[in-house]
Write a protein that binds this ligand. Structure first.
Ligand code: NDP
Length: 296
């Protein structure tokens, strides 16, 4: 048996096209959704992410506002910028690129963002709203995973779902979303006993660990749907290395029913969901409902 490949690149492109169509509708009503991205310091990976977010924003017909601050920026100055963006009616989404330099308190900064503009979904208000089943802006990566799962499986009700990883960015919100869709959810982490046996129970296995190819084919229940969130660069012969997931793809593909590749699986969904969240924030700011199918 060979697993079906879940094509996040194609699905992400379709989400972006739907967002762009909705943006046209909003613009016809005089509203141009705007996303402000704040980058503090010169982390090379963050610079790449910010550039691709800006490009995707423009392609979707949205306004992009970029704020680059030096690594030594004082916390008060960053908070003052966030306050200005909160008050700016042209800005519907605010994203502070993480990680922040060590002298800045990321929780403090994130929680200073207007929750209605918190398109990363990291503000405690959005975390609480998700946990209590209220409309929320949901973190982009798990939202993308949810869209892929719903597209493949339809209803997730009653499915045994195992999420490996409990970060605030991926694992915990992923578990909340699966629970909200009535899966039976187990969250595993570095202290979980007999992780292979826990994984083998899963109809839906989401790997968000950050350890290259840790989850092997013999940890996977035959026919399971496997979502690999991991992005790990491993050394290649003489070259820049290659990207692998947290799942050992070569052994998993013979066991799973469906699996996301790395790259081309979850990655492209993250940016598509950032656009979807910005669109939802802009619609709600103008008293309109967020477009169906593009939110949790
Ligand atoms: P974190 O490092 O914040 O969290 C990793 C989680 O994995 C922790 O909960 C940790 O457990 C758990 N873990 C670590 N080692 C083991 C182990 N040996 N067995 C079981 N659990 C373990 O990572 P993130 O959640 O931020 O990211 C996870 C992966 O997803 C990374 O590869 C990252 O690059 C990728 N990623 C991809 C995105 C995308 O767009 N596709 C976006 C965000 C992340 P504990 O809590 O006990 O320490």
């Amino acid at each position: 048996m060979t697993a079906e490949l879940i094509d996040g690149k194609a699905f992400g492109a379709s989400v972006r096209a739907r967002v762009a169509a909705e943006v046209l509708g909003l613009r016809a009503r005089g509203v141009t959704p705007g996303l402000a991205v704040v980058l503090v310091g010169e982390d090379p990976a963050s610079q790449v992410y910010v550039r691709s977010k800006q490009r995707a924003t423009a392609e979707a017909g949205m306004a992009g506002f970029e704020h680059r601050l030096p690594a030594a920026t004082a916390e008060a100055d960053l908070l003052a910028l966030v306050a200005r963006l909160n008050a700016d009616p042209a800005v519907h989404g605010i994203l502070v690129q993480l990680p922040l330099p060590a002298h800045l308190d990321a929780d403090l900064v994130i929680n200073a963002i207007d929750p209605g503009k918190d398109v990363d979904g990291f503000h405690v208000t959005n975390v609480g709203r998700l946990a209590t089943g209220q409309d929320a802006l949901v973190p982009c990566t798990p939202l993308g995973c949810l869209m892929l799962l719903r597209d493949r499986l339809g209803s997730l009700a009653g499915a045994d779902a195992v999420v490996v990883g409990r970060s605030n960015i991926v694992g915990k919100p992923m578990a909340q979303l699966l629970l909200r869709d009535s899966a039976t959810v187990t969250v595993a982490h570095s202290r979980t006993r007999d992780l292979p046996a826990v994984c083998r129970r899963a109809d839906i296995l989401v790997a968000a660990v950050g350890r290259p190819e840790m989850i092997r084919g013999d940890w996977i229940r035959p026919g399971a749907t496997v979502i690999d969130v991991g992005i790990n660069r491993v050394p290649g012969e003489g070259g820049p290395g290659r990207l692998v997931g947290d799942v050992h793809f070569a052994s998993a593909v013979g066991v799973a029913g469906a699996i996301t590749p790395v790259p081309g699986g979850v990655g492209p969904m993250t940016i598509a969901c950032l656009l979807a969240n910005t669109l939802a924030a802009a619609a709600r700011a103008h008293g309109l409902a967020a477009p169906a199918g593009l939110t949790a």
